[in-house]
Design a protein around this ligand. Structure first.
Ligand code: BTN
Length: 232
């Protein structure tokens, strides 16, 4: 079922409610306390974009395998964007980019079960759909409407993402995720959490989620989320 709200603090919090079960979607037209990655705020004006959380029963997944869910989500998003003619890429681990601009972000809220298994996950997704102008403080935003030059039916986008996500859940998706990576095999600048600026080449992502980066001396270094950021 789809549950629509004019305003919520965050769909992430609402989706934790016991009344929501596998496949349910909590959608907000506006979030007063939207959450982004790395403790950031996710702000989006009312009525233009998509902000929603999909509730999933993830009791089939071991906690150490949770990156496979992230892959499935990213691929549901890039697959849906392709239906609208957009060549969206996955900026590791799960931002969605068109060219060098951010179109969508994902924040997954897991509840652990017993014996190292997950129990339930709220997949929070924010997509810039019909927004045409952005806060100048945002580094590199874009939207479907900016890229396509026309307004997009948000309900249709939401339905397609939901269909793709529910169909792709059990699928490992590692190769397809790999093929959709932003900057794959391309030399570019990165910054480590220790402040080192370097040129590297993304060569892939390990099944457990670490980014594999080739250094200029040919060695491969693995990075966890937060250990490296993209210089764009
Ligand atoms: C990011 O920082 O890129 C992740 C953004 C995730 C935003 C979505 S909007 C729906 C859901 N509810 C939230 O509070 N955050 C996520």
């Amino acid at each position: 079922m789809f549950y629509y709200f004019d305003e919520l603090p965050s769909t992430t919090d609402e989706a934790r409610g016991v009344k929501y079960g596998h496949g349910d979607v909590v959608v907000a037209e506006y979030q007063s306390a939207g959450r982004g990655q790395r403790g950031r705020v996710w702000h989006s004006p009312a009525g233009l974009n998509l902000m929603f959380s999909v509730v999933l029963d993830t009791s089939f997944l071991r906690s150490i395998e949770q990156f496979s869910l992230l892959r499935a989500v990213a691929l549901a998003l890039t697959g849906t964007m392709a239906e609208w003619g957009l060549d969206a890429r996955i900026k590791w681990p799960n931002d969605i980019y068109v060219g060098d601009r951010k179109l969508a972000g994902v924040l997954i809220d897991h509840t652990n079960g017993e014996g190292g298994m997950l129990a339930r996950s709220g997949v929070g997704i924010g997509i810039n759909v019909n927004q045409l102008s952005f806060d100048p403080m945002l580094p590199n935003p874009t939207s479907m409407a900016v890229e396509l030059g026309r307004e997009v039916d948000r309900g249709e986008v939401l339905r397609r993402i939901h269909d793709r996500l529910m169909a792709g859940l059990g699928d490992g998706n590692a190769e397809r995720y790999h093929s959709k990576l932003y900057r794959l095999d391309t030399p570019a600048l990165y910054l480590t959490s220790e402040g080192e600026l370097f040129t590297g080449i993304i060569r892939g992502v390990r099944p457990s989620g670490e980014l594999m980066m080739e250094r200029t001396d040919g060695s491969i270094e693995e990075f966890l989320f937060r250990e490296v950021s993209f210089v764009i």
